[in-house]
Design a binder for this molecule. Structure first.
Ligand code: AMP
Ligand code: GLY
Length: 426
């Protein structure tokens, strides 16, 4: 079948890597893709939120399966758009409906959903201009620190965790009265702070059946020891050694099953990925957030461990036949180290010439690169995601760090402590 994959980051390079291996894949198109995906399929310069143009392309190229990497087209309602047009209905989408995508698009919707379906999560209250006083009183009732989240999508920057009550009250008022995060923060979710270790669990569902994909842990801060500003993600490890069988049983029973059943009860169409951000609080899983897509860079650690044919899995999910497929996973560890541009996540220079990014004992996924026809250049904050497999985290890390060291461009930076916190759990 012909497949169109949307996105341009390391995550999409990892999707393309797996899809290109499939016997089911005839032609793989990637919009807009990057120099990494260009080696695996045909990059096509399309705006991924312009559904009309995407639809015309799908008809012209006889696309049978449309796979969406990032959240923007999902939250904008790509699934509903394709369902609403007779000539597009037969195209299968790996994408939740507009309503399903609200699990990521609105923190308030997600919290209500969890409350309604008894899914363990932090205590919360949703605040707008109308009940601001209630919000201030709720903050007073909570112990420090405080968690304030802009309701809408805010490019990963909508969450603030102030240490003092005074700061929390000020930020709440700024978010609501002065739209600190624009429209996204006219509604704010205040949450109780949960203490524990975070991990990500990925589920592929056809709306009824589900497959729990390998777990991963990501590293969000720019600095070693989890310090400094938040980034898109500086590395990942899969599987997460503390997510043992007992813990994963709890995740499945308390979170995955009620989530899928909740979608069914609310008649929410959902054929796609559910990315569950979890906090392990003394051995018990609580949901921090839902995303309706795969994570980046978690995908770059998770997919290389999947031995099943990804095109087959995605086709099965999109056509509501997930029961007919089996998930096979490589038991080895995968470690992903992200190489970024100097200065990221603040200002950074682009256009630095890259050398030595070719084959090594790692998989080198392109995240922010561009080609000028001759040279490979940096073109984003996150430049590469380097993944290696090994029989231990240590072994996999040694390979990733060796490859990371060998790749050359001006301003290269990566965290050298990825996975170190997990070494004593192995
Ligand atoms: P979110 O965008 O909801 O994933 O929040 C971003 C980050 O803030 C999470 O990855 C956590 O590290 C942290 N966080 C969010 N909610 C909570 C909470 N209730 N308790 C503790 N940390 C949280
Ligand atoms: N790595 C976190 C995310 O993709 O949202």
């Amino acid at each position: 079948m012909n497949i169109l994959l949307l996105g341009s980051g390391g995550r999409e390079h990892a999707f393309a890597y797996k899809l290109a291996q499939s016997k089911k894949t005839e032609t793989l198109y990637i919009a807009p893709g990057n120099p990494g995906t260009a080696q695996l399929g045909i990059n096509i310069a399309l705006d991924i939120t312009n559904f009309e143009n995407l639809a015309a392309f799908c008809l012209e190229k006889k696309i049978e399966l449309l796979v969406v990497g990032p959240e923007a087209p999902l939250v904008k309602g790509i699934y509903d758009y394709f369902q609403s047009k007779e000539e597009l209905k037969s195209i299968l989408l790996v994408a939740p409906s507009f309503k399903g995508a609200q699990l990521e698009g609105s923190k308030d919707f997600a919290k209500q959903f969890m409350q309604e379906h008894n899914i363990p999560t932090a205590k919360y209250k949703t605040i707008t201009k109308e009940n601001l006083e209630e919000g201030l009183a709720f903050l007073e009732s909570l112990p420090a620190p405080y968690v304030l989240k802009a309701d809408g999508l805010a490019a990963g920057k909508g969450v603030v965790i102030p240490d003092t009550l005074e700061e929390a009250k000020n930020i709440l008022q700024e978010m609501i009265l002065e739209s600190k995060f624009g429209e996204a923060s006219q509604k704010v979710v205040i949450e109780e702070f949960m203490r524990g270790i975070e991990l990500s669990v990925f589920v592929l569902t056809d709306g009824k059946e589900y497959l729990i994909l390998p777990t991963a842990k990501d590293y969000k801060r720019i600095g070693e020891g989890d310090t400094g500003l938040n980034t898109g993600g500086m590395g990942a490890v899969s599987p997460v050694p503390f997510a043992d069988e007992v813990f994963m049983q709890k995740v499945e029973q308390r979170i995955v099953i009620p989530t899928i059943q909740g979608l069914q009860k609310e008649n929410i169409e959902y054929q796609g990925f559910i990315f569950i951000g979890l906090m392990n609080v003394q051995g018990n899983p609580f949901v921090v957030e839902y995303n309706v897509r795969m994570g980046d860079p978690e995908t770059e650690a998770v997919f290389p461990r999947i031995e099943s044919d990804l095109a087959e899995l995605l086709y099965a999910a999109a056509s509501k036949q997930l029961k007919s497929v089996e998930l096979k996973v490589n038991p080895q560890f995968a470690t992903t180290v992200v190489l970024v541009s100097g200065g990221y996540p603040e200002d950074f220079k682009k256009g630095m010439k890259i050398e030595n990014a070719e084959a090594s004992e790692s998989l080198v996924f392109h995240a922010g690169t561009a080609s000028n026809g001759e040279d490979l250049l940096t073109s984003g904050g996150r430049v590469f995601a380097v993944t290696s497999l090994g029989n231990s985290i240590k072994e996999a890390l040694a390979k990733s760090f060796k490859t990371a060291e060998n790749i050359r461009y001006e301003g290269k930076y990566y965290r050298k402590d990825i996975g170190k916190d997990l070494l004593n759990y192995e």
